[in-house]
Design a protein around this ligand. Structure first.
Ligand SMILES: [Zn+2]
Length: 196
């Protein structure tokens, strides 16, 4: 999946090429390109062999379940998994479902999730605190939530045992209270009153 910036670059490159076509062709092409959203545009690039498919971002692959991961929770915005090479026990990743490369683009609701999960990990694992490390490896912003225990962590990452991760992910798994359902119930409740 391409980042927003890459899409922009490809769009402007293509627009320049289109300008050089005869007027009757260029107008139609320009309209076609402008009508496509980012995802359609990326599919168009792949179909026309302008980019290669398979340059998939690892975090998008986790979101799509193409890669094995140990999921703790999920909502409309994020998937929360255990880090495979944890800095400490319970080191979790909050992966926004959208491939966003810039921290400024992260929504308040995702920040709220990070706070919520931090508090959850802290109490559940009896950690001293939970540190955040936000990085955009592969141009996909990811929140690292790192529980810190009495012994301060160092950044020597160790590959965790898969069985251990499996066990821990079950222990930590939780469900978000969905706001959507409340809305739906509200609408149902209000419907009869609106009838004349
Ligand atoms: Zn991605």
């Amino acid at each position: 999946m391409l980042s927003k910036q890459e899409i922009q670059q490809f769009r402007s490159q293509l627009m320049k090429q289109i300008e050089e076509l005869p007027a009757d062709q260029s107008d139609a092409m320009r309209m076609q390109v402008e009508s496509m959203d980012d995802q359609q545009f990326e599919e168009f690039l792949i179909k026309n062999k302008m980019i290669q498919q398979g340059r998939e971002c690892v975090f998008c692959s986790i979101v799509k379940r193409d890669i094995e991961s140990f999921i703790i929770a999920e909502n409309n915005d994020v998937v929360i998994v255990l880090e495979l090479n944890p800095v400490s026990r319970g080191h979790a990743l909050i992966i926004p479902k959208k491939h966003l490369g810039e921290i400024e683009m992260i929504s308040d609701s995702i920040l709220a999730v990070a706070k919520l999960v931090s508090a959850f990990l802290k109490s559940k694992l009896k950690a001293k605190r939970v540190d955040w490390l936000i990085n955009s490896r592969a141009e996909h912003v990811v929140f690292n939530l790192i529980p810190v225990y009495d012994k301060e962590f160092d950044f020597q990452r160790g590959k965790a045992d898969k069985n251990e991760l499996m066990k821990l992910s079950k222990e930590l798994s939780f469900e978000f209270e969905t706001e959507k359902k409340e809305d739906e119930e509200e609408i149902e409740y209000e419907m009869p009153r609106r009838r004349p």
